[in-house]
Design a binder for this molecule. Structure first.
Ligand code: ACO
Length: 319
């Protein structure tokens, strides 16, 4: 593959949504042999949200993103929805979201588990390069529908939520203050299908230790490839917005890469692992906390079932 070089990309608005019902670690002790202390120490998770629907949460997050972007339904040309917990096996969930938002455009789902939103961003970039105007890239999950909250090996981890971004092409180029996708990487290894999966009508089954090991490897490999494409190093990254499965996975990967948790957006404590929704929700949090300045290099980093992984280094537009 020949890297195409930096291509213009600008975030116009970001939003997120969480269903109101909260399941705390203490709540889980009623249905499994665990404790708040164990879950916090081994994962970093304090609570997760449950309830809602994947299309409903996606619509809510996207509506906020569109309002913040200052765009109308007629301005959106495509909906890309990353989810591993769609409303139906068929059809995809994105068309229902487009209908609820009053959009008249293409709409499809991306199924790449926790890497799905970053896959979606790279797909969006391809469309933008072909002249498309504005694209909604959403991640939305209702993992409570495929989680067994009596199984202490998996039930402590997963929750629901959605995040969305409106993106458009930025013709200015990074040297003229424009936003850009400086580098990216997508990958998959189907040898690891059975370390994390759910059958139809089933619940998530996981070999937690193997997921941990493979996730650390994928993070290191994908980050390295993306930085190589961008021609940049670890020190050039201003903020990392990673998928959040377990704080210990990030700490192990950061030791190898040289990032610190100070450079990292963390929402896991209050949301649990929300698969494809995690990264856009964490982006929303980072913007809310003023952690992204114009011209910053922001690394999005997804990894999850498949195994799949995806990373994207974005130069934040200066205006
Ligand atoms: N509460 C209390 N004790 C527990 C729990 C629990 N919820 N779960 C396991 N234990 C016990 C075990 O039975 C074991 O006891 P023993 O020593 O008496 O046999 C002990 O704690 C240690 O168990 P491990 O399985 O070794 O615990 P580990 O430190 O590996 O943590 C965990 C388990 C949290 C699942 C970890 O392996 C993990 O996070 N793996 C990554 C999985 C993941 O993040 N998946 C997310 C989806 S994929 C993605 O998004 C990338």
């Amino acid at each position: 593959m020949i890297p195409a070089g930096p291509t213009g990309l600008r975030f116009l608005g970001v939003g997120s949504a969480l269903p109101p019902k909260i399941l705390t670690n203490d709540d889980l002790t009623a249905s499994m042999d665990t404790s708040d202390e164990w879950i916090r120490e081994r994962t970093g998770i304090g609570q997760r949200h449950i309830g809602g629907t994947t299309s409903g949460l996606a619509t809510e997050a996207a509506a906020v993103a569109m309002t913040r972007a200052g765009v109308d339904p007629a301005d959106i040309d495509l909906v890309i929805l990353a989810t591993t917990s769609p409303d139906y096996i068929c059809p995809g969930t994105a068309p229902a979201v487009a209908r609820e938002l009053g959009l008249d455009c293409g709409a499809f789902d991306v199924s790449a588990a926790c890497s799905g939103w970053v896959y979606g961003l790279t797909i969006a970039q391809g469309y933008l390069m072909q002249g498309m105007g504005r694209i909604l890239v959403i991640g939305s999950e209702t993992l409570d529908r495929i989680t067994d909250y009596t199984d202490r090996g998996t039930g402590i981890l997963f929750g629901n939520g959605a995040g969305a971004a409106v993106v458009e092409a930025d013709p200015r180029g990074p040297d003229a203050g424009g936003g850009a996708l400086l580098g990216w990487d997508t990958g998959a290894d189907g040898n690891y299908v059975h370390i994390l999966y759910s059958e139809h009508d089933g619940v998530l089954q996981m070999d937690g230790k193997e997921v941990f090991r493979q996730a650390v490897k994928a993070i290191v490999r994908s980050t390295t490839r993306t930085l190589e494409m961008a021609g940049l190093g670890i020190d050039d990254v201003d903020l990392v917005i990673p998928h959040q499965a377990n704080v210990r996975i990030l700490e192990a990967a950061w030791k190898k890469l040289g990032f610190s948790m100070d450079d990292t957006v963390e929402i896991l404590e209050r949301t649990g692992n929300t698969s494809g929704a995690t990264i856009p929700m964490a982006l929303d949090q980072a913007l809310h906390d003023d952690r992204i300045a114009p011209g910053d290099n922001v690394l999005f980093l997804g990894f999850g079932a498949g195994m799949t992984w995806a990373s994207a280094l974005v130069r934040w537009a200066e205006s």
